[in-house]
Design a protein around this ligand. Structure first.
Ligand SMILES: [Zn+2]
Length: 542
């Protein structure tokens, strides 16, 4: 450690808004901020490009190839196909020192294709997937943060390593438990995850729901449905009996549970007694034990439905998400940085577009936020009533981890819906990702350069967090990631989406390519609609 560095550290601790926190030298953090600002154009291009690829869970081939190419060109070592998942990858760089992991989700949602910059519901390709949660912005943010950090580390000979990883198939809660099971986070000291939001914040302690995703496939016997139905055993009857039983059971389940399903195979045609039928359930609650007991009720009900119909049933686990638990010392570090970065400078055009979307979609009208969200202590007594999940929980129970929420979207949009896609390739999304990248870069430097902060994060993980609960995943040693999901769907839609991929060499922005004069809505037809060969507009999601 140089004397200059010690002096900087000392001045940092004097200037710090939270005196108990040791942080990286302010000069180094200013350099990181300047580096991110230097990547503003790259961030816009990455956010727009990933938006235009619009790939759902396990189909993130273009997105992965594109982002890893940028990282490889910048000296990162790429490993593809990690944890047996073709679209998963890691990008590592550095030597010695702590290993900090940076991740975000990159998949989108079935059936929510949407033209960005358009306040009306208007798909780019009807029925195609779309970024109706804004996952197109998270990995571009992390790539920009990593490039900014790397430059500071190289310049000042700081020891440390970075590992970037994408959240694959998050909407299916499909991969992070497998990453953990297969040892992807072995040797990682801490992880910073980011998620799109309309606010700029972080949190610690327990939050969100745990979840298990399971498909029950019933096997019966076909017969002529009118000629000799008594010779058949309907697998669809079993599905329906299971669903009715679960819906009656719901009355007697804790209010915190969430149980939802889709019939993923309802049989072939009415005159054949269905020989095979499947129903796909998500079971959620806010602790590991509660998820497990709901899962057991589901399994028992499926077995009972099979018994009632003289069919057999196969249980296939498709995904799992641990309840989230954020690391307090890391959240405090990140929050100080979030405060320093502050909200993006929204223009009148940004506010006008946000208002236009809210009014057109009849959502509560509220301007883009101008203040960061305070860091709040979690409530002691939790009685949550539902809510979504993110399998970052599995990583949170493996290494000290936080989520930084960054302001790339408009307030009061509907989740898993086209409204959440409307701003996601506009200046609002771009500026939010720039702000988020700065907070990540600064927090990584804090962790890399102040070993005592990393020690504090680990101590909190080992004591406070483990006292609250311990990691109990429902993924077994023999379960495999559900990489087949969305395969057929993308075989239909990818060729229809290709003509709308963003060409950053020809167009300044994706809005330019689509002929949209932000913040004004498009006035004429901006694309030729090619009807898909087979149409499927259902959506699935995290
Ligand atoms: Zn998400």
């Amino acid at each position: 450690m140089t004397r200059k560095f010690l002096a900087l550290l000392l001045s940092a601790s004097i200037l710090s808004p939270l005196p108990s926190i040791a942080v990286a030298p302010p000069d180094f953090k200013q350099e990181a901020i300047a580096n991110v600002d230097g990547h503003t154009k790259l961030i816009q291009v990455m956010v727009d490009t990933v938006f235009s690829y619009g790939e759902p869970g396990f189909q993130e081939f273009k997105t992965g190839a594109y982002l890893t190419d940028i990282l490889a060109k910048n000296g990162f070592k790429i490993t593809k196909g990690v944890a047996g998942i073709p679209t998963a990858w890691t990008a590592t760089w550095g030597e010695g020192g702590p290993l900090i992991a940076l991740g975000s989700d990159e998949d989108d949602l079935r059936g929510v294709s949407q033209i960005p910059g358009d306040p009306k519901v208007e798909p780019i390709v009807p029925g195609a997937p779309g970024h109706g949660e804004g996952h197109n912005s998270g990995m571009p943010l992390q790539v920009a943060a990593a490039l900014a950090i790397k430059a500071v580390m190289e310049k000042h000979h700081i020891k440390g390593r970075l590992m970037l990883w994408p959240g694959i198939a998050e909407e299916l809660l499909g991969t992070k438990a497998f990453y953990v099971r297969d040892g992807l986070f072995k040797g990682v000291d801490a992880c910073i995850f980011t998620h799109v939001a309309s606010d700029f914040s972080t949190a610690y302690g327990p939050s969100s729901n745990g979840m298990v995703s399971i498909e029950y496939t019933f096997h019966g016997k076909t017969a002529h449905a009118a000629g000799d139905p008594w010779d058949g055993h309907s697998a669809l009857d079993a599905v329906e009996i299971m669903d009715v039983a679960m819906n009656f059971r719901r009355e007697h389940l804790p209010l915190s549970t969430r149980t939802h399903y889709v019939i993923s195979n309802g049989g072939g045609q009415p005159n054949i007694v269905p020989g095979v039928a499947s129903v796909w359930y998500y079971f959620r609650d806010y602790t590991f034990d509660r998820v497990k007991s709901l899962f057991e009720i589901g399994n028992k009900t499926a077995d009972a439905a099979a018994m009632a119909t003289d069919t057999t049933v196969e249980h296939k686990l498709l995904g799992f998400a641990a309840p989230n638990y954020g690391n307090k010392p890391m959240a405090e570090l990140a929050f100080a940085n979030i405060q320093q970065v502050g909200m993006p400078k929204w223009t009148a055009d940004d506010q006008a577009f946000a208002k236009l979307v809210q009014e057109t979609q009849q959502r509560k009208v509220e301007p883009l936020l101008d203040k960061v969200t305070p860091l709040k202590a979690p409530t002691e007594e939790r009685t949550p009533t539902g809510g979504g999940s993110d399998d970052i929980g599995d990583i949170m129970w493996t290494v000290p981890t936080i989520t930084i929420r960054y302001p790339s979207n408009i307030p009061n949009m509907i989740g898993h819906n086209v409204t959440s896609a409307m701003a996601m390739a506009t200046p609002i999304a771009h500026k939010g990702a720039v702000a988020g990248a700065k907070a990540v870069a600064m927090t990584v430097l804090d962790l890399m350069m102040t070993p005592e902060e990393l020690t504090k994060a680990k101590a909190y993980f080992d004591t406070d967090q483990q006292k609250y609960d311990t990691y109990k995943p429902l993924v077994s040693a023999t379960d495999v990631p559900a990489i087949h999901v969305n395969d057929d769907y993308m075989r239909t839609y990818r060729p229809l989406m290709e003509p709308y991929y963003y060409d950053s060499k020809k167009y300044d922005s994706y809005l330019d390519q689509l002929g949209i004069k932000y913040p004004n809505p498009p006035t004429g037809p901006i694309r030729k609609i090619v009807p898909p060969k087979s149409s499927s507009t259902d959506s699935s999601g995290g």
